[in-house]
Design a protein around this ligand. Structure first.
Ligand code: NDP
Ligand code: MG
Length: 395
């Protein structure tokens, strides 16, 4: 019997690749789809896969979809997304939303005891222990889709309990690897969006250029695998062939290799513990010749350090960092903030908004809101300062 799958964020980079993976499987049936505002693409997917229920987070888009598509039901707004999850009867939910907007659906799926294939790393960064505790309480499985974490999940199956020494996440280094801080002062949005090895949505591509993506991934790994922060290393590996490594107490290291293709990670999560037969391009090491590694330049790319500091501080600090990053990346993509303004906004927001303990999900929604307000004010302030100096967006 096929398993019922709900795909959240199905019109995005991960969402569309997930639909490709499902199309190659006899075991999965799509029972619901969601997007933010891309209603035409969403309706097209629903028709192609015989799906009768969809949700659009943007109410205007939902209204237009409901008008144009009368063969099924269209749910609307963030509440509609949660309803889609709770009423889906799904066996597994893929959360491929972007940003902390993914937290609500993550909580809804795990709360219902539904297995969750998680691409939306932000919901784990923000929700942290509350999310993992919820999964434990209901028995739902948390299956990572992020390539490094899917790789670690796979590798850790070979490590006996108590034998893990450390884990290593690789980072491509993004399009600006090797540049000094000064050389980053006036990079353009177009340059930042030109990722050397992966083709992904806009937000994560900018996160990869600042290395914030790796900071979020360090927190994601900590929560998924219960590894203390000091035992999570990051190494720059420009070719993105080695996705992650684990070191065992005997000094051996196991690595997960493959040509960069997110379908491997998506299929790993959707089919766990089975492996899918995928038509991916195969890695031949002799053709590749060499693999390169180097340390992270934290002076030019301070986001990784900021993320580690927020992670160590705990409480609502990661939530504040994440919200400030979302606001800053958005402003950068709109040309209102320089590239180096991104870490500046995050740093200033963390100083302005005091972190507190996380008592319940409510504390997180409040911290997220306060951090966004502060970050928006800081972006404006930096913009005014730049204008006064006559530099377009320069800080
Ligand atoms: P995209 O921007 O390509 O797609 C995001 C999807 O979520 C779209 O379907 C979009 O709808 C929807 N969406 C966006 N904002 C909201 C919102 N506020 N409420 C509801 N739905 C929303 O992102 P990616 O696929 O690149 O990334 C998705 C997640 O996966 C991110 O957390 C990212 O960090 C993670 N990830 C991505 C990887 C990749 O290769 N792309 C690799 C590893 C992790 P619409 O089309 O209408 O805008
Ligand atoms: Mg990743």
């Amino acid at each position: 019997m096929s398993r019922r799958l709900l795909v959240l964020g199905s019109t995005g980079s991960i969402g569309t690749q997930a639909i490709d993976v499902v199309g190659r499987s006899d075991d999965l049936e799509i029972v619901g789809l969601s997007a933010h505002s891309a209603w035409e693409a969403l309706v097209e997917q629903a028709v192609a896969h015989g799906v009768r229920r969809i949700a659009l987070a943007d109410p205007d888009a939902a209204a237009r979809a409901a008008e144009a598509w009368t063969d099924g039901e269209v749910l609307s707004g963030p509440d509609g997304l949660v309803r889609l999850v709770v009423e889906s009867g799904a066996d597994i939910v893929l959360n491929a939303l972007v940003g902390s907007a993914g937290l609500g659906p993550t909580v809804a799926a795990l709360g219902e005891g539904i297995d969750l294939a998680l691409a939306n790393k932000e919901s784990l960064v923000v929700g942290g222990e509350l999310v993992t505790q919820l999964a434990e309480a209901t028995g739902a499985r948390l299956l990572p889709v992020d390539s490094e974490h899917a790789a670690l999940h796979h590798l850790l199956r070979a490590v006996p309990a108590g034998s893990l020494e450390r884990i290593t996440l690789t980072a491509s280094g993004g399009p600006f690897r090797g540049r000094s801080r000064d050389e980053l002062a006036d990079v353009t949005v177009e340059e930042a969006l030109a990722h050397p090895t992966w083709s992904m949505g806009g937000k994560i591509t900018i996160d990869s250029a600042t290395l914030m993506n790796k900071g979020l991934e360090v927190m994601e790994a900590h929560h998924l695998f219960g590894v203390p922060y000091e035992k999570i290393e990051v190494v720059v590996h420009p070719q993105s062939i080695v996705h992650a490594l684990v070191e065992t107490v005997d000094g051996a290291q196991l690595a997960h290799l493959g040509l960069p293709d997110m379908r491997i990670a998506i299929a790993y999560a959707l089919h766990h513990p089975e492996l899918a037969d995928l038509p991916t391009r195969r890695l031949r090491l002799a053709e590749l010749g060499r693999l390169e590694f180097e340390p992270v330049d934290e002076e030019a790319f301070p986001c990784l350090r900021l993320a580690r500091q927020a992670a160590q501080a705990g409480g609502t600090a990661p939530c504040i960092l994440n919200a400030a990053n979302e606001v800053a990346v958005h402003a950068f993509l709109e040309g209102r903030l320089a590239f180096l303004g991104i870490p500046e906004v995050i740093d200033a927001t963390l100083q302005e908004v005091p972190a507190g303990p996380v008592e319940a999900f409510e504390s997180l929604y409040e911290a997220d809101h306060a951090a966004r307000e502060a970050a928006r004010r800081i972006v404006e302030r930096l913009g005014e300062r730049a204008a006064a100096r006559g530099g377009a967006g320069e800080l």
